[in-house]
Design a protein around this ligand. Structure first.
Ligand code: GUN
Length: 281
């Protein structure tokens, strides 16, 4: 079984990006800038944002975090986003989710200029991705995609089963694999026989948020399994895949932690650099 080392893949990607930023600095005499807006004091969000900032600095990006208390008015956040949209030193804007209830997530997402939307959540980017045009691609599925390609560069005709249909993961993951000529099945909570669907798969991407849902006997011997889940349980953090069981059967599997997570952050940096490059044309 191949244990897909997301930490190593992310470190390699960051190294590539660091070189690219050096080249961009020489060419344009400026570096891409990432601004993250963090609202409230949820611990996981704070940890994510700290990691994003650290990684951005590591590859030489200009990075800034703007923090607001939970009680901040929606209007204040929207005004700040509009200001950042106009700021030429800001290539990418990310508003960390989840947001407090009184702030309209969709309004926030749609206020970010599509050309600075490093999350790829703006409807314009969603539409461009599904039409096969140039777009920002959500960081987690992009990270999953790059890990899959490392194990299997030619995905032509492969059968992929996505478990979970979220806008964050399942749907964009589908688009990325369709572009690679995979036959993609999207499954979800109402799917009749999830095990039978998974048993057909050459590639499984599990992104449902149900601890250890995908079992060993759901997986063929030559299947690549990507686990997007991060679930807090009594026995600590586990993914959506039963690691002990599936690792005995699958061809390749990502661990949790140390699989998809590190790649997500590296892909955010990649997206920031792509936004910068497109803005220079
Ligand atoms: N919170 C958890 N994952 C993400 C993500 O990919 N983007 C943003 N903006 N917030 C998140």
């Amino acid at each position: 079984m191949i244990l897909i080392d997301g930490k190593k893949a992310a470190a390699e990607l960051r190294e590539e990006l660091r070189h690219e930023v050096t080249g961009l600095k020489a060419k344009y005499n400026k570096v891409p800038g990432l601004t993250v807006i963090l609202i409230g004091d949820l611990t996981p969000s704070q940890i994510y944002v700290r990691n994003k900032e650290k990684s951005a600095n590591e590859v030489g990006l200009k990075s800034e975090v703007i923090k607001y208390p939970d009680s901040v008015e929606e209007k204040t956040v929207l005004e700040k986003i509009k200001e950042l949209n106009k700021d030429e030193t800001v290539s990418g804007i990310l508003v960390q989710l989840p947001l407090p209830k009184h702030i309209d997530k969709q309004k926030v997402i749609e206020t970010i200029l599509p050309s600075k939307d490093v999350d790829g959540f703006h409807p314009m980017n969603v539409g461009n991705l599904s039409s096969g045009y140039e777009s920002s691609v959500p960081c987690t599925p992009l990270g999953c995609y790059l890990l899959i390609k490392k194990v299997e560069p030619n995905l032509n005709g492969k059968k992929a089963v996505i478990v979970g249909r979220s806008n964050l993961n399942g749907k964009p993951m589908t688009q990325l694999l369709l572009k690679e000529n995979c036959t993609v099945t999207i499954t979800h909570s109402k799917t009749k026989d999830l095990k039978a669907e998974c048993l057909e798969a050459d590639i499984i991407v599990a992104a449902v948020g149900i601890p250890e849902l995908v079992k060993g006997d759901w997986v063929k011997r030559d299947t690549i399994v990507i686990d997007v889940g991060i679930n807090k349980t009594d026995k600590g953090i586990v993914g959506d895949v039963d690691f002990d069981e599936v690792s005995k059967n699958a061809k390749a599997l990502t661990p949790v932690p140390g699989g998809v997570g590190p790649m997500t952050i590296a892909c955010l940096l990649k997206n920031t650099i792509e936004c910068f490059k497109r803005s220079q044309i």
